[in-house]
Write a protein that binds this ligand. Sequence first.
Ligand SMILES: [Zn+2]
Length: 215
Amino acid sequence: MVEILELHPGMMDCNVLLVLDGDMGVLIDPGTGMNREKLLGAVGAGLNGRSLGGLILTHEHFDHVGGTGAIVEEFGCPVYGSAETAQVLKDGDPMRSGAFLFGSDMDPVEGVNVIDDNLEIGPLGFNIIHTPGHSPGSISILERSSRALFCGDLVFCDGGVGRWDLPGGHLPTLKGSIRRILDLNPGSLYPGHGRSETGDARAQIESSYLTIRHL
Ligand SMILES: [Zn+2]
């Protein structure tokens, strides 16, 4: 039985999501890491004795990936992301990560594993869908047994859409990516900011698409 916890270590952080099944946990996006002790404490409490089998990054922006080094140091787990996200972390790129917007440095992180389509971590199985537009490295992550979709900053609940004016953002690409996750028919939707939707996830994605359809 898959359980999903939403952690909120600090004001500037994205939604930090912990996916649990059996004795295994997988973290999706660690947030900025600017609240290091709160982040590590919240993840440790959420794991509650389970081991952390991996960290998956939805995209390369600082408010989603800044805490990666802290999580790896504390839990020693592998990190997964798109090729673009892996490169931005390797370079510690302040522009493409948007770290400059937070007045922070992006500490380089080596060894992010590039994922393409499927990822198995213990009892948890994920499908990886490339959904650029908000950023070149954006992916959406579908947990197969629960059909929970983790979409990063592609769409948000109640008609929200990720911004496309940051480096590498592109509106037509964003529209195509939203259509791609519509076709997945997810059972629930966990965006990178704001609330999640455990009821009609498809309706949420449709309303986001309507927001930008004519732009
Ligand atoms: Zn973002």
